[in-house]
Design a binder for this molecule. Sequence first.
Ligand code: PXP
Length: 237
Amino acid sequence: MPKLGVNIDHVATLRQARKGVLPDPVYAAYLCEKAGADSIVAHLREDRRHIQDQDILLLRKNIKTKLNLEMSIALEIVKIACRIKPYQATLVPEKRKELTTEGGLDVAANLKKVAAVIKKLEKKGIRVSLFIDPEKKQIDASRKAGAKIIELHTGRYAEAKNNQEKNKFLKQIESAVSYARSGKLTVNAGHGIDYANAKDVAAIGGIEELNIGYSIICKSLYVGLFKAVKEMKELIR
Ligand code: PXP
């Protein structure tokens, strides 16, 4: 059964709507952990759209599970990660105008740069995961760059328009999982996973952790965060 990492970025999105202190991502993380989250994911974007530097500091100090810091490979952010030392860093691509992370990191095209960032972070004792599209080319490049962990982008599957497309993309994820595992990589997955599709992704087998944010935070408005996380955990089980 995959573990559940809960992404709390959108708790901070709501707080930033008024630039106040509520809702508090650290308290949200506490509730997620109480409900069974195995790790807490937060993305410190270069534009600081939601999570702020102080949030990362406080999360690092206060959470009881594991902090998975999503981050770009920009020097400024790498420096912050090296200082704060989260349990894990997940390297993602970042564009200023995107609504959310739109695709995987193009490791094949940025091999040297990614390899250097992995080295820098690992030197500080931080585990590093690369968020990539479920493609052989990117898996091979990730191994070449020295990655031990990857997170497969499930967005294309989640956004598929019909069942035929859904099946096609689910199969693509399935083969990517087994290809990556045969190369001794630890495989996580995430993006666009919700209460309707989580079961199918969890059933693939061989996935270490699912990282889920938006659907859980949305549901929490109706049922509360504790219940929203608990329900997702049960679905995955
Ligand atoms: N994993 C990664 C690497 C992401 O960038 C995101 C989105 O921030 C997620 C998982 C979670 O995606 P969602 O919010 O669609 O569940």
